[in-house]
Design a protein around this ligand. Structure first.
Ligand code: F6R
Length: 239
């Protein structure tokens, strides 16, 4: 794992976006794995700026999102579909048919998970996966205890994750209880991983990751076994 240190959130985001945009220019038909949440927001803003200034093309890029809440319609203001449209897709001229997000309103969850994993494999797996990390070490919605062999699957969200995400909802009771997420194995199939870590809130998880003790009790530790991981972290996260 290679660490790229930045003094603050803005420069961490700029360094990560510069790196990702360069990779897209090098490999214009790449398959890009995307995360949601607070951390990547500024990285996406810089990617949009880069698109506007340098005309980096997303015409032939395919994207796969890590996860989606179960039970939220696409157009719900808290769905990850809406998040992606508002924070990235609507601004980089990417064909909608090239963007993939699990369907949170599917009627057969097992089938949806199987289809999503299959689509991912058919696309040749991800070339570059962007990740954030939860305070408990989750990646995607893979909570502590998730098998490292897991592929796309249904998860029951832990109370701590629901609480962390409740900041985007008007009340805790509105936060979905379940989600569909790529599994640890799906994530590990990516040729390259870019992990974004920001803020004091993440410093304990960051320290634990850097201990490099691999355990399913700390999902992000699977990354220690991956050959090509870059961690972009700001000073608050570094502790
Ligand atoms: C989002 C995701 C999550 C987040 C994590 C950190 O698609 O899969 O694993 O990356 O919960 O979220 P933030 O960045 O909001 O602290």
């Amino acid at each position: 794992m290679k660490l790229v240190e930045a003094p603050d959130y803005m420069s961490m985001s700029k360094q990560a976006a510069d790196y990702i945009a360069t990779r897209v220019r090098e490999e214009p038909t790449m398959t890009l794995g995307l995360a949601t949440g607070g951390t990547p927001l500024q990285t996406y803003r810089y990617l949009i700026q880069d698109y506007e200034n340098k005309e980096t093309s997303y015409q032939h890029v395919q994207t796969f999102n890590l996860d989606e809440y179960l039970g939220l319609p696409k157009d719900h203001h808290n769905s990850y579909y809406t998040y992606m449209k508002q924070n990235l897709f609507d601004h980089i001229h990417i064909p909608p048919s090239h963007t993939h997000i699990p369907n949170g309103m599917c009627t057969d969850v097992a089938q949806e998970c199987e289809m999503y994993e299959k689509k991912l494999d058919q696309a040749g797996g991800m070339d570059l996966q962007i990740l954030g990390i939860g305070e408990n070490g989750h990646i995607g919605f893979n909570e502590p205890g998730t098998s490292f062999l897991s592929t796309t699957h249904l998860v029951k969200l832990t109370e701590s994750t629901r609480k962390a995400n409740s900041r985007y909802f008007s009340s805790m009771s509105e936060v979905p209880t379940h989600a569909i997420t790529m599994g640890i194995q799906s994530i590990m199939k990516s040729k390259e991983i870019v992990l974004l870590v920001s803020g004091e809130r993440k410093s304990a998880a960051f320290r634990r990751l850097m201990n490099k003790e691999v355990s399913e009790e700390f999902p992000a530790s699977a990354l220690c076994q991956h050959k090509n991981v870059k961690i972009f972290a700001d000073h608050e996260a570094l502790g």
